[in-house]
Design a protein around this ligand. Structure first.
Ligand code: NDP
Ligand code: GDP
Length: 341
């Protein structure tokens, strides 16, 4: 890894450059691969921690420049932009797990809501010509007011996370309108991968299925099996982010598959992948029921298809199978049935 505070790097070079906040996250890792493949110089913002957290970008750290900064610290963001002088900024950093947002609502607001204003202010101060992407979320639709959800559907968030994302969305729109920034909001529906955090439902299920198959666990404790999501593959979705910043004019887009599946279908497909019947292993546990639920999400990606030329390439079934296969391979490599849980 190379961490830099060198301010001599500049945008003078013709090479396209991007700064990614949240580079250590699921989307940050896929976006970095995409941009490196397109010849970008990539800078990543990482926050200080007592141990390195580069599990998802370990294979990329010799090809990117990591800069220490934090969404909670305005001056660190200004310095990061002065160091990198990027053409594009992708603001992916957030407290992104919905249940944690009830336990830590103020912190979620600081990171996920006000953090967006801090980085937009840094953009204004350092280079208003920067193209800015904000990672907005289908959680903003919450108790949905329209089916399917599109760019014009009103928001009705159902968690402190959703509320914080609504703030992030509108401050992005407001800075575009107030200061003429090229600032866009991608309203992305749930997107998953083998790199998804273990607490999110798809990864919890793929990991749980692999553990049960390998004899490391006997049951999988779950919350609401009836809620429905529009799940896509993260690798497909980062391409939509990039396309949004290549448009002639800034605009907001829904990014979704247009299909919805229940959590019950998810467990059925995942257990089916290894020849098991989910009804023998899944235990419904009230501990995973949320104070307020988002029952149904299904996006309408028509605008992204028409204006960005974007379509998802991975089906729900392919995605779930790939995640189960990856967790089986990972746990088997670690020693399979010999692994301590
Ligand atoms: P992850 O949770 O995997 O990654 C979040 C990233 O944010 C991590 O790199 C984390 O760093 C970083 N981060 C958190 N707090 C701070 C902070 N104070 N300062 C700097 N960095 C910070 O999220 P995803 O990759 O799944 O999602 C990317 C973005 O897209 C998020 O904003 C998320 O809310 C949004 N989104 C995601 C969807 C999805 O389905 N995945 C759907 C719609 C929107 P660290 O590694 O140090 O914790
Ligand atoms: P979210 O849409 O951002 O909240 O993504 P999650 O993957 O965390 O949750 C998706 C849906 O799965 C929600 O409706 C949850 O209530 C539901 N769900 C059911 N059981 C679980 C579980 O054990 N963990 C999680 N994370 N979600 C669960």
């Amino acid at each position: 890894m190379s961490t830099t505070t060198d301010t001599s790097k500049s945008a003078d070079t013709k090479q396209k450059s991007a700064l990614i906040t949240g580079i250590t996250g699921q989307d940050g890792s896929y976006l970095t691969e995409l941009l490196l493949g397109k010849g970008y110089k990539v800078y990543g913002v990482v926050r200080r921690s007592s141990t390195e957290n580069f599990e998802r970008i370990g294979h990329l750290t010799d090809r990117v420049e990591l800069i220490q900064a934090d969404l909670l610290d305005q001056s660190s963001l200004v310095k990061a932009l002065e160091t990198a002088r990027p053409r594009e900024v992708y603001n992916l950093a957030a407290q992104s797990f919905v249940p944690t947002s009830w336990g830590q609502p103020v912190l979620t607001g600081e990171f996920t809501a006000l953090g967006v204003t801090r980085i937009l202010e840094a953009v204004r101060a350092v280079d208003p010509g920067i193209r800015f992407y904000q990672a907005s979320s289908s959680e903003m639709f919450g108790r949905v007011l329209e089916v399917p959800q599109k760019e014009t559907t009103p928001f009705y968030p159902r968690s402190p996370y959703g509320v914080a994302k609504v703030y992030g969305h509108f401050i992005t729109v407001n800075y575009r309108e107030s200061y003429d920034l090229f600032a866009v909001s991608g309203i992305l529906f749930n997107h998953e991968s083998p790199r998804r955090g273990l607490e999110f439902v798809t990864r919890k299920v793929s990991d749980g299925v692999a553990r049960i198959k390998l004899g490391l666990a006997r049951e999988l404790r779950m919350g609401n099996l009836e809620s429905r999501r529009d799940w896509g593959f993260a690798g497909d979705y980062v391409d939509a982010m990039w396309r949004m910043l290549q448009q002639d004019a800034p605009d907001d887009f829904v990014v979704a598959t247009g299909e919805t599946h229940s959590v019950r279908e998810l467990v059925e497909v995942a257990f089916g992948r290894v020849g098991l019947d989910y009804r023998e292993y899944v235990v419904e546990d009230p501990a995973f029921i949320r104070p307020a639920e988002v029952d149904l999400l299904i996006g309408d990606p028509a605008k992204a298809r028409e204006k960005l030329g974007w379509t998802p390439e991975t089906s729900f079934r392919e995605l779930v199978h790939a995640m189960v296969d990856a967790d089986l391979a990972r746990l088997t490599a670690r020693g399979g049935a010999g692994v301590v849980k």
